[in-house]
Design a protein around this ligand. Structure first.
Ligand code: W6P
Length: 372
């Protein structure tokens, strides 16, 4: 068909990657001409990046690309076509219309992570009967690429708005400390709603600001704090209740300790909890997608034969609640950290607690979406 050729043609091109500093340099002192240039870049670049993912999706086994994953495929092909078929951007009117299209595409693909999670669990269930199936690097690639596509689309959209301290979605003086405080407040609220208790945090050290996309850092910190709080609460609060020990008071829950440090090139955020650590047999799997849920799902399916497997998966997701971790949140946080040249590492102290190290580049000179 026609778009098969187009996909192949675009997939021959390499994505054009930017650094944060290039994006800032381009986006500051924005004017109409630069907006047109920016739109032209996105117009050319999005189909290239989408084409690579469309090819990837086609290379998966047939039984994987059905249900939710087929829907992702359709969304990508439709996005590919609508961007590619947009007329050559010549003036501000074209640029404005193109920006509207980008906003639609960003909104329409909001549920892709969810679809991917459901599709993956289905695929792993099906595969377990036939073959060993490892989709981790595929999912890494899908999500890393998605972070990039959304970044360039949202960056263009946001270049229309001027916010103090921001160039598009980039905060030129993003404060890790401020981001931590905000994430902690939110996490504390979520935790209190779920468990009726919250875990105190103790923050040491200080760092200067970095050029960064606050949303990325917020996602990482919220996810890590949720995991840490959940571990601490479940170890120190519930266990003592079931053993009919004295109920621990809120104050006796061990703090989550956060250390902020910086060197010439990196900022480091270390988050330490005393939640008992991660059992050694599941430690190798904490960055694997959907691993922790597969067995649980299989049992559930055996109990509840009939009914669409889909509905079951969707329900399952919602009963886990907002504190549920170790599904997609941790590997996705790692990708966000790696996206602009950082990293995320986890060290478990068996029976005691977990340290997570988040390294972030502070130079702004690392290309987006570094190879993984
Ligand atoms: C745990 C498990 C985990 C994952 C990520 C971050 C912190 C923690 N703590 O027990």
């Amino acid at each position: 068909t026609v778009h098969d050729n187009a996909v192949a043609r675009y997939a021959k091109k390499e994505p054009r990657k930017n650094t944060i500093n290039q994006l800032i340099q381009f986006g500051k002192h924005i004017n109409e001409q630069k907006l047109i240039q920016s739109a032209r870049f996105v117009h050319q670049e999005l189909p290239v990046r989408l084409a690579h993912r469309i090819i990837d999706l086609r290379s998966l086994p047939y039984y994987v690309v059905c249900g939710p994953i087929k829907r992702i495929y359709d969304v990508y092909v439709e996005a590919f076509e609508s961007v590619r078929n947009f007329r050559k951007i010549q003036d501000s009117a074209d640029e404005k219309e193109f920006t509207v299209l980008l906003k639609h595409l960003v909104d329409e693909s909001a549920n892709v992570v969810e679809l991917l999670a459901h599709g993956l669990r289905l695929a792993l269930l099906k595969a377990s009967e036939r073959e060993h199936l490892d989709l981790d690097s595929f999912v890494d690639q899908m999500l890393m690429s998605r972070i990039g596509r959304r970044m360039i689309a949202e960056q263009h959209v946001m270049l229309h708005e001027s916010r103090p301290g921001f160039v598009g979605v980039i905060n030129t003086n993003c404060s890790p400390r401020e981001c931590l405080d905000i994430a902690y407040q939110e996490c504390s609220r979520i935790c209190f709603r779920q468990y009726g208790v919250t875990v105190p945090v103790q923050i040491r050290g200080s760092v200067s600001t970095i050029p960064y996309i606050p949303y990325h850092l917020h996602y990482i910190l919220l996810e890590l704090l949720k995991n840490a709080m959940r571990a601490v609460v479940e170890k120190h609060f519930f266990r003592s209740r079931t053993q009919k020990d004295l109920l621990l008071s809120k104050d006796s829950l061990p703090c989550i300790e956060v250390l902020l440090t910086q060197g010439p090139k990196q900022v480091t955020i270390r988050i330490s909890d005393q939640g008992g650590g991660i059992p050694l047999d599941i430690l190798p799997n904490v960055f694997r997608y959907g691993f922790s849920t597969v067995n649980r799902l299989r049992e559930e399916q055996q109990q509840q034969e009939g009914g669409g497997e889909w509905d079951l998966l969707v329900q399952r997701q919602s009963v886990d609640g907002p504190m549920a971790g170790l599904g997609f949140g941790l590997p996705l946080s790692k990708l966000y950290a790696q996206y602009f040249g950082g990293s995320l590492q986890l060290v478990s102290m068996d029976g005691y607690g977990t340290d997570v190290y988040v390294h972030l580049d502070r130079t702004g000179d690392v290309l987006e979406g570094v190879e993984i």
